[in-house]
Design a protein around this ligand. Structure first.
Ligand SMILES: Nc1ncnc2c1ncn2[C@@H]1O[C@H](COP(=O)(O)OP(=O)(O)OP(=O)(O)O)[C@@H](O)[C@H]1O
Length: 302
């Protein structure tokens, strides 16, 4: 538990009699950018609200930096900054005034406002009214507001939603900066894998309240490794033969065998081997899933 900024253990949550979060065990390593992915309605915002103690589940099993949140509510929440739904920004105030307001509210020295503006790259726009900010700038101001209390953990709920490509890049770079240069742990939700694929170090994929995948971004990439689908006669005999010959078998059906794809030369050699042994190979097909398709597959099938 010591290495996790967030850990939930078999978390459940219902709205009325509708189960929204089901047996959810998240493990967000300290220092990670954890992409919390799932289609619309999967339960991401609900989970984030539970992590912020805004919603309570009957079997609360939420640990923030190893401490159970209900028994350490104030101490835990002090360590978290959050941007959930729209940032609470006063449009008639400048970016700087918004931040000063927050500093006063939290009893923090007002000089923090300039520091935060510089951190999120808004120093040049500090005296502009927030209503005149672009959406990307508003999101960055929202993140700055969440950072005023210097939290170690940031929860960002779909921070790039509705942003144009520039805005997305701005927020993405800011997240990378915060994690790598300022030691923040970030949990960022999104319904689009592509938006966080380049930013996240870890990924949790949920659908209908259930966790379907959790691991490093590299582990997720491994799942999208290219595979060779071999349509062959007597698949179990052929698979046994290939195993003996040192091949890894990923899947067997009555029509096909699937092995990892290494190179066209290896595929040719495997084909020859099977034919020499008397098997009939009717087709070899290279299956290559990109991550987005993999994500769609994972969420569609569950
Ligand atoms: N206050 C509420 N009362 C009843 N049901 C709710 C409430 N808030 C959310 N829900 C339902 O809970 C489910 C999960 O919603 P949630 O907002 O957590 O999903 P999400 O993954 O964040 O999706 P989105 O990307 O659309 O925000 C949805 O079916 C939603 O309709």
């Amino acid at each position: 538990m010591g290495n996790y900024a967030i850990e939930t253990v078999g978390l459940n949550f219902n709205f009325g009699n509708q189960a929204i979060v089901k047996d959810l065990s998240l493990q967000v390593p300290k220092g990670s950018i954890y992409g919390f992915l799932g289609p619309n309605g999967a339960g991401k915002t609900t989970t984030i609200k539970i992590l912020l103690n805004l919603l309570k589940s009957s079997n609360d099993q939420v640990f923030i930096f190893g401490k159970e949140i209900n028994h350490n509510r104030i101490a835990s929440l002090k360590r978290i900054g959050a941007l959930v739904e729209q940032p609470a920004i006063y449009g008639h105030l400048t970016g700087k005034e918004n931040l000063i307001n927050r500093c006063i509210l939290l009893g923090i020295n007002k000089s923090k406002a300039d520091e935060m503006l510089s951190l999120v790259g808004l120093s040049d726009a500090s005296n502009k009214k927030a209503s005149k900010y672009s959406l990307g700038m508003k999101q960055r101001l929202g993140i700055a507001l969440a950072l005023v209390s210097d939290p170690e953990l940031l929860l960002l709920d779909e921070p790039t939603n509705g942003l144009d490509p520039n805005g997305i890049i701005e927020v993405r770079n800011l997240m990378i900066d915060l994690a790598t240069k300022h030691n923040k742990t970030i949990l960022v939700s999104s319904h689009l894998l592509a938006e966080i694929e380049r930013t996240a170090t870890h990924v949790g994929i949920i659908n209908k309240g259930r966790l379907l995948f959790q691991g490093t971004i590299n582990e997720l990439h491994l799942l999208s490794k290219p595979m060779l689908e071999i349509e062959v006669s007597k698949t179990s005999d052929a698979a046994a033969f290939l195993t003996q010959a040192g091949y890894e078998i990923l899947e067997i059906t009555d029509k096909k065998i699937i092995v990892p794809f290494t190179s066209p030369e290896d595929s040719g050699a495997l084909n020859t081997l099977l034919i020499q042994k008397g098997f009939t190979v009717s087709s070899l097909y290279l299956q290559k899933k990109d991550l987005e398709n993999l994500f769609l597959d994972i969420t569609k099938n569950n």
